[in-house]
Write a protein that binds this ligand. Structure first.
Ligand code: C2O
Ligand code: CU
Length: 482
C-alpha cells in the first residue's frame, strides 16, 4: 500500500500504544482466549526457487513458495517473528483476521515499515477461525511469492471429512526482465492504461492482461509454459502438487487465491465440489462443478473422491493458462497438465450466490451509516480510484464504534474488482439478511455489491481492490474510527 515515497499525506498512525486498540485486544482475550501461544518465524529473503522445472530468482519466506503454513486454533495467541532479509522494507498483513489494528501490517497506517535487516514481532489473538493467509503489504512484494496460508481451526467445529488439502493459487510474475516489482509497476504507470484486459468485457474482463512482454521475460527456458506462471502450491503442472487419498474419502480443500491479477475457476475432473466456507466463515453448503475465486478470496469445499487419478485445475479466468494439480486415489498414469476438465464449462459457483450459515449472520438492523465507494479509473494515467481519488489523495471514510456500517461498492469499469476490507468480516447484503460473511468480495463489471459490518474493532483500516495492480495504482482507501 503506502510506500514511503509516494504515500502523500499519510493519515496519522493510530499507533501501537493506542488505548482503544489495547482495550479491544483485552476484551478478545477475556472472551475467547485459549491461553495457548503459537509461535512462528518468517524469514523473508531473496532466494532461488524451483517452480517445477523453471528456476527463478525471487523473494520468499523460508526459501519456499508458499511459505510454511501457520496453523492455530481460534483464540490462540500468535507470536510470529519476521526477519526481514530483503533489500527493501516489508511488513506482514494477516489477510482475513479481524485482529488488533497495530498488528495489521499496513505501513504508514498501522505501523512503520520493517526496515531491511531488522526483525519485527507480530503478536495478536486470532479471533476468526477459517482459511486465511499472510502477505507483505508493501508494493508488489507478494507477487514474487511472499505469501503463506494461515489456518485457524475452530475447536467447536466437528470434522465431517477425512483429510485436508490447502491449495494456494498464484499467477506468479516477477519484475520486468528480472527487475523489481516496483520497477514493473512504474513501467505500467509510464505505459498508460493497459488495455489488454479491457477487450473481453463480462466475466473475462477483470484482468489487465500480462503487464510485461510475455515472450521470455526472465531469460529462462520456459518451454511451452505460459508466463505468468500459474502455480498451485508453488509448482507448475510439469511437477504437480498431488493430493493422495483413498477412494471414497472426503477431502476438505482449503483454497486461497494469492494471485495478483487473476481470478481462478477451479474444478476437479469427474467430481463435484460442495462449498462449505467463504473467507473462513461457514455457508449453507452449495454443490456445483466449478468455483470462481477472486484475488484474495478463500473457499473451503468438500469433495468425495472417486477411484483413480484426477486433474485438479485452476483455470485463469479470461486468460490463457491454468494451474494444475493432481488427486490420486488409485491406479493410473501421468496426466497431461494441459487437460481441461469439462466441469470448468458449467457456470461457476461464486461468493455472491452463497448464503451464510444461520449462526454467523449479523442480526438484522438498519445501517447507521452508509458509505458509497465508486470504483473507477482515471484516464489521464494509470490510476485506479475510489470516489475519484487515488490512495495518496483519499479522504478517510469515518465510522464510529458500535455502528452498523454499510459499504456500497459501485463498479464503474469493465474489470473485476475484488474488494477487501481489513480488520472486519462483513456480510454481503442480499435483501434477506442471509448473504455470506466475507472479507473480500468480487464486484463484477458495471455492477454493485453492498456489504454490512459492525464497527467493533477500533483503528484505521484499509479497504482496497485485491487486484494488486489496481490497489497499488490507487484503488485503496481507509475506514477510520472517529
Ligand atoms: Cu490481502 Cu490489504 O490485503
Ligand atoms: Cu480492481
Amino acid at each position: 500500500c503506502s510506500r514511503g515515497s509516494d504515500a502523500g499525506p499519510a493519515p496519522t498512525p493510530i499507533g501501537p500504544d493506542s488505548s482503544a486498540v489495547r482495550a479491544a485486544e483485552q476484551v478478545r482475550r477475556a472472551n475467547i482466549g485459549t491461553g495457548n501461544t503459537v509461535t512462528a518465524s518468517l524469514q523473508a529473503r531473496p532466494t532461488r526457487i524451483d517452480l517445477g522445472g523453471v528456476q527463478v530468482d525471487t523473494w520468499a519466506y523460508g526459501d519456499r513458495i508458499p511459505g510454511r503454513e501457520i496453523r492455530l486454533r481460534r483464540g490462540d495467541l500468535l507470536r510470529a517473528e519476521l526477519s526481514n532479509d530483503l533489500p527493501a522494507e516489508s511488513t506482514i498483513h494477516w489477510h482475513g483476521l479481524a485482529l488488533r489494528n497495530d498488528m495489521d501490517g499496513v505501513p504508514g497506517l498501522t505501523q512503520s515499515a520493517v526496515a531491511s535487516r531488522s526483525p519485527f514481532t507480530y503478536e495478536f489473538l486470532a479471533p476468526d477461525a477459517g482459511t486465511h493467509w499472510l502477505h507483505p503489504h508493501v508494493g508488489m512484494q507478494f507477487d514474487r511469492g511472499l505469501y503463506a496460508p494461515v489456518i485457524v481451526e475452530d475447536p467447536a467445529e466437528g470434522a465431517d471429512y477425512d483429510l485436508e488439502a490447502v491449495l494456494v493459487l498464484d499467477d506468479w510474475l516477477d519484475g520486468v526482465a528480472g527487475g523489481s516489482p516496483d520497477q514493473q509497476l512504474d513501467a505500467l504507470r509510464r505505459g498508460g492504461m493497459p488495455m489488454s484486459g479491457m477487450d473481453h468485457g463480462g466475466m473475462s474482463g477483470m484482468g489487465m492482461g500480462a503487464p510485461v512482454d510475455p515472450g521470455n521475460p526472465l531469460g529462462a527456458d520456459t518451454g511451452d509454459v505460459t508466463y505468468p506462471y500459474y502455480l498451485i502450491n508453488g509448482t507448475l503442472g510439469a511437477d504437480p502438487f498431488t493430493v493422495r487419498a483413498r477412494p471414497g474419502q472426503r477431502v476438505r480443500l482449503r483454497i486461497i487465491n494469492a494471485g495478483a491479477d487473476t481470478a481462478f475457476r477451479l474444478a476437479v475432473g469427474g467430481h463435484q465440489l460442495t462449498v462449505t466456507h467463504s473467507d473462513g466463515y461457514p455457508v449453507q453448503p452449495v454443490t456445483g462443478s466449478s468455483l470462481l475465486i477472486g484475488m484474495g478470496e478463500r473457499f473451503d469445499a468438500i469433495v468425495t473422491l472417486g477411484d483413480g487419478v484426477f486433474p485438479l485445475v485452476a483455470s485463469a479466468e479470461g486468460k490463457q493458462g491454468q494451474g494444475f494439480a493432481v488427486v490420486r486415489t488409485g491406479a493410473g498414469g501421468r496426466l497431461d497438465p494441459g487437460v481441461r476438465p469439462a466441469e470448468l464449462d458449467a457456470p461457476p459457483i461464486t461468493g455472491l450466490v452463497l448464503r451464510a450459515r444461520e449462526d454467523v449472520r449479523l442480526d438484522r438492523r438498519a445501517p447507521d451509516r452508509v458509505h458509497e465507494l465508486m470504483l473507477g479509473m482515471d484516464m489521464s494515467g494509470y490510476r485506479w480510484t475510489i470516489n475519484g481519488a487515488a490512495y495518496d489523495e483519499h479522504t478517510p471514510l469515518e465510522i464510529s464504534q458500535g455502528q452498523r456500517v454499510r459499504l456500497r461498492f459501485v463498479n464503474q469499469t469493465m474489470m473485476f474488482h475484488p474488494m477487501h476490507l481489513h480488520g472486519h468480516t462483513f456480510q454481503v447484503v442480499d435483501g434477506q439478511g442471509a448473504g455470506p460473511r466475507k472479507d473480500t468480495t468480487l464486484v463484477l463489471p458495471n455492477q454493485s455489491v453492498e456489504v454490512d459490518l459492525d464497527a467493533d474493532n477500533p483503528g484505521q483500516w484499509l479497504v482496497h481492490c485485491h487486484n494488486l495492480y489496481h490497489g497499488e495504482a490507487g484503488m485503496m482507501t481507509t475506514l477510520s474510527y472517529t
